[in-house]
Write a protein that binds this ligand. Structure first.
Ligand code: AMP
Ligand code: ZN
Length: 114
C-alpha cells in the first residue's frame, strides 16, 4: 500500500481540487495557498524529488515544465507573471517527498525567498 499523499491524490483516493490531468501529470490546488493562485503540478508516477528523477526521459521533463507554463497561461497569468518553484530536499524546503512543482501567481512575489 503506497501511503504517499500525492500518489493518493493522483489515484483520486484523497480529495483535492484537481484542475487538470493527463496520463502523466495532475495539477491541483495547494491545500495551504501562499498566493491567490497556488497550484501543484506533479508527475503521477512516484518519484521522491527532482534529484531522484533519475533516468527520466528529457521529453517527459520538458512536457512537465511546458505544462506548468500552459497552466499559468490558462489561468490568465502569462502577462502579469508568475513563479514556478521546485523545492528539493531538506535545505530546499521540501516537505512532501513526491516531486512537485509549485505555480504561484496572483500577487507580486518578493525576491529572494527566505
Ligand atoms: P513543499 O514544501 O515544496 O514540499 O510543498 C508541499 C506543499 O504541499 C505545501 O505547499 C503543502 O501546503 C502542500 N500539501 C500538502 N498536503 C497537501 C494535500 N493533501 N493537498 C494539497 N496540497 C498539499
Ligand atoms: Zn508519491
Amino acid at each position: 500500500m503506497n501511503e504517499c499523499v500525492f500518489c493518493r491524490i493522483a489515484r483520486h483516493e484523497l480529495e483535492a481540487k484537481v484542475v487538470e490531468e493527463d496520463p502523466d501529470f495532475i495539477a491541483f490546488h495547494d491545500a495551504h495557498p501562499v498566493a491567490p493562485a497556488h497550484l501543484l503540478l506533479i508527475p503521477k508516477r512516484h518519484v521522491a524529488s527532482l534529484s531522484e528523477w533519475v533516468g527520466v526521459e528529457p521529453d517527459v521533463a520538458g512536457r512537465w515544465l511546458l505544462r506548468a507554463r500552459d497552466l499559468a497561461s490558462t489561468l490568465g497569468f502569462a502577462k502579469s507573471g508568475y513563479r514556478l518553484v521546485i523545492n528539493t530536499g531538506e535545505w530546499g524546503g521540501q516537505t512532501v517527498a513526491h516531486l512537485h512543482l509549485h505555480l504561484l501567481a496572483g500577487r507580486v512575489l518578493q525576491w529572494p525567498p527566505g
